[in-house]
Design a protein around this ligand. Structure first.
Ligand code: UDP
Ligand code: MN
Length: 350
């Protein structure tokens, strides 16, 4: 099927790693659909080459291009940067139907049957089930819809500041009109639900078709030990991802993606790759509890493979500090005080 495609998005090299694992998982389960990734100029040249190995189409979109109608919207609503980039998926009119998937999703089985659904089909959001979650949705590319979405973005903004709010405002009858547009939750199982409704996860989790690593901490932010094939995790954190799915993600990453990243020079050695986010960033990740759109996200995600400079020397070794965090012994008044964390964040942001 050349007029139907899975579509994802990555605006930087960190999310690109997620996109690569997603693309690889779709191929592993023998999709017959095309694979398309939208990227922005921030994605490095070498990463683009790797994306081209997994995706049929790597499409560069630049919302700052003044010929683009999104440009004007962005001028008015600068907070909607990534959201507007995601809307570009409606401009892929070479396809008659698409399934958009966030770069932080992972496919566990063939899901080509989703293309039998109509626009806009999506699964309920675990936080507010009368809204759909915009991590997985079936849609029909159309310039008209694209322009209407941009118009709504510029006139009304988004109630949550992101794409999910805007899309729920636009497709506002989703909750009440057509049950066929409600995808079963197993097409977008968010890791958060495992903890918020454990008995349901135990009863139905085995049927999961797509896992969504929704939230601030993404699989690529964890540290993976290839020897034991396990991921370090912290049971104190409510956003922590189920280790089973996390290990699946890392298995695909180390087996199928890492060799490509090494071949194209995105990462120099395995050690750097697997310890990309140790130390300070890990501490930051666990320092501010559960918040979906936390400000630290950008700072954390810019510490991608290959471009991570060594963190400033903390008062105790970062390993030791991490251990203490995991045991619930954060030094709130000293090294881990808000002011210290903010100062370090500022250093990264400069
Ligand atoms: N995204 C991106 N760069 C960013 C943030 C988001 O490319 O800096 C894309 C990516 O495809 C991501 C999607 O937008 O999966 C939605 O963001 P995210 O998954 O972080 O939101 P969540 O699902 O955690 O609410
Ligand atoms: Mn997501």
């Amino acid at each position: 099927m050349t007029d139907q495609s899975f579509v994802t998005l990555s605006t930087n090299d960190s999310y690109a790693r997620g996109a690569l694992v997603l693309g690889s998982s779709l191929k592993q389960h023998r999709t017959t659909k095309r694979l398309t990734v939208l990227i922005t100029p921030q994605v490095s040249e070498s990463m683009r080459k790797v994306l081209e190995k997994i995706f049929d189409e790597v499409i560069l979109v630049d919302i700052l291009d003044s010929r683009d109608s999104a440009h004007l919207t962005l001028m008015k609503r600068p907070e909607l940067g990534v959201t507007l980039t995601k809307l570009h998926c409606w401009s892929l009119i070479q396809y008659s139907k698409c399934v958009f998937m966030d770069a932080d999703t992972l496919v566990l089985t063939n899901i080509d049957e989703l293309f039998e659904r109509e626009e806009l089909s999506a699964a309920p959001d675990p936080g507010w089930p009368d809204c759909f979650n915009s991590g997985v949705f079936v849609y029909r590319p159309s310039i008209e819809t694209y322009n209407q979405l941009l118009h709504m973005a510029s006139e009304q903004g988004s109630f949550d500041g992101g794409d999910q709010g805007l899309l729920n405002m636009f497709f506002s009858s989703w909750a009440t009109t057509d049950i066929k547009k409600h995808l079963p939750f197993i097409y977008n199982l968010s890791s958060i639900s495992i903890y918020s409704y454990l008995p349901a996860f135990k009863a139905f989790g085995a049927n999961a078709k797509v896992v969504h690593f929704l939230g601030r901490i993404k699989p690529w932010n964890y540290t993976y030990d290839p020897k034991t094939k396990s991921v370090r995790s912290d049971s104190h954190d409510p956003t922590v991802i189920d280790p089973q799915f996390l290990t699946m993600w890392w298995d695909i990453f180390t087996t199928n993606i890492l060799p490509l990243l090494q071949h194209f020079g995105v990462v120099k050695d395995t050690f750097t790759a697997l310890h990309a986010l140790s130390g300070l960033a890990y501490t930051l990740a666990f320092s501010c509890g559960f918040c979906r759109k936390a400000e630290v996200t950008d700072a954390m995600l810019h510490m991608s493979i290959g471009d991570l400079s060594p963190p400033p020397q903390p008062f105790v070794s970062s390993e030791e500090r991490k251990e203490r965090w995991e045991q619930g012994q954060a030094d709130y008044m000293g090294a881990d005080s808000f002011d210290n964390i903010k100062r370090k964040l500022d250093t990264y942001l400069q």
